[in-house]
Design a protein around this ligand. Structure first.
Ligand code: URP
Ligand code: ZN
Ligand code: ZN
Length: 460
């Protein structure tokens, strides 16, 4: 299998130049001008296009039993949607319930992906309890190639850990060099405020963000930072949504705490008024932490520009509007949380970030690919374009003009949170380890070819 991408403008986190990229088998082997392809090689003409490293989404849910139902995508549909949107590597959250054991859960999550995914994948291992069996099982999971954990300071009774479990998880992570990703919201405050709102008859979608205001998220961040400071573990705050939470993370970083910050394409482009839409339409926009006041968007964009925020993910978590979100019609606490966006992240980040001048092309690549590869032990195999790296490449058409619609999306969900939104630029062709998986915006990949990416912890 050989592939030549000709005449594209190659953009990485720190370089920009026009050249041809020659790939043999699964790897980039040469980058130079005026390369010619031998007979039988696949050739993609990228004249007038950008060529980016394959994008990495460091926070997705594909298989997820949650809030009395299951997230809608499978690896067949999810990886197809990811690839059409330019994402060649998924990092999925493996999230056992507190009743389940870590190791069999890890095996279950693997079984949902192996032989089905068209793109490469790995997992953050959810630690949703820490009992006398957990330590040995987590060590085994790390031996099998997982270099990151996930904890929830939210979702009391479902996934949320208590403080002694959090402390033990971080101590083990520090010993093993594992980075701990964390959902930061104070679960007690959320639970109490939900009870109060429901008792007052406030049951609508707009109450979701009242139940978990910015201070609740900021407390969660500060809480995690205190534990990280004491244990020395490397941490990563997932789906950070607001100024107050970012302030706590930066204050901790200034004290020497090792912390990466992820925001989401949803927080950069949507605000809480979407969740306030009438006739239950707001349910499409219920997620946690919730969409915030619009003033936070410039804080997040500036945070990306200035390197205070490392990554843009999706927290892709698809639930159908008709049959699943509707479970919460009479009670907002029963609306399954999540806004699907796996397919749209890269194109929206380009349209709303690069085209508007909020971030430059290098920052775009850095936050949507390179930083995730570096933080999660995938660099330089993923996240850049250089000889020796996997031939995961995105040929991007900056002149494309189109619009997002549920009618054309690949995600297995019955709505788009971005219905009718205009795109200025899109992913045109995508390769996964040297094989073309998307051509002219159409999926042509191979379900099951996606590989589990073994990682070695590096955060000692
Ligand atoms: O609302 C969200 N974020 N749904 C997915 C689960 C999580 O908290 O990551
Ligand atoms: Zn979360
Ligand atoms: Zn999540």
């Amino acid at each position: 299998m050989s592939l030549l991408i000709k005449n594209g403008e190659i953009i990485t986190a720190d370089s920009r130049y026009t050249a041809d990229i020659w790939c043999e088998d699964e790897t980039i082997t040469r980058i130079d001008r005026n390369l010619s392809a031998p007979a039988g090689a696949t050739v993609i003409d990228a004249t007038g296009k950008f060529v980016f490293p394959g994008f990495i989404d460091p926070h997705v849910h594909i298989y997820l039993p949650f809030m009395g139902t299951f997230a809608k995508d499978t690896y067949e549909s999810g990886s197809r949607a990811a690839l059409v949107g330019g994402t060649t590597t998924l990092i999925e959250m493996c999230v056992p319930s507190r009743a389940d054991e870590a190791l069999p859960s890890f095996e279950l999550w693997m079984s949902k992906a192996v032989g089905k995914s068209a793109c490469d994948f790995t997992f953050h291992m959810g630690v949703t309890k820490f009992d006398d069996k957990t330590d040995a099982q987590l060590r085994e999971i790390v031996r099998r190639g997982i270099g990151s954990f996930k904890v929830f300071l939210a979702y009391k009774g479902a996934f949320g850990v208590n403080d002694d479990e959090l402390y033990r998880t971080l101590k083990l992570a520090k010993e093993l060099g594992v980075i701990v990703t964390a959902h930061c919201e104070n679960e007690t405050l959320v639970a109490e405020r939900c009870k109060e709102l429901l008792a007052a008859g406030k049951t609508g979608t707009a109450q979701h963000h009242e139940s978990r205001p910015p201070s609740v998220e900021a407390e969660g961040v500060h809480h995690l930072m205190t534990f990280a400071e004491l244990t020395g573990a490397a941490t990563y705050i997932v789906h950070l949504s607001c100024q107050e939470a970012l302030d706590r993370a930066i204050a901790a970083r200034q004290r020497g705490v090792r912390v990466g910050v992820e925001t989401l394409i949803q927080y950069l482009t949507l605000d809480k008024t979407y969740a306030e839409r009438p006739d239950f339409e707001g349910a499409k926009y219920v997620m946690s932490p919730p969409l915030r006041d619009a003033r936070n968007q410039s804080v997040l964009w500036n945070g990306l520009r200035d390197g205070l925020i490392q990554t843009v993910a999706t927290d892709h978590c698809p639930f159908d509007f008709q049959k699943q979100k509707s479970m919460g019609k009479a009670d907002f606490t029963k609306i399954p949380n999540g806004i699907p966006s796996l397919e749209e992240r890269v194109n929206l980040l380009y349209t709303h970030g690069v085209k508007t001048g909020k971030i430059d092309l290098h920052t775009f690549v850095n936050v949507a690919s390179t930083q995730a590869a570096k933080l999660f032990d995938l660099f330089p195999r993923k996240g850049t374009i250089q000889p020796g790296a996997d031939a995961d490449l995105v040929v991007f058409d900056p002149d494309y003009r189109g619009e997002i619609s549920v009618k054309t999306q690949h995600m297995a969900v019955d709505y788009s949170a971005f219905e009718g939104w205009k795109l200025e630029g899109r992913t045109r062709d995508v390769t996964v380890r040297g094989q073309v998986a998307v051509r002219d915006g159409k999926f042509c990949g191979t379900p099951g070819r996606g590989r589990f990416l073994q990682r070695k912890p590096s955060h000692f």
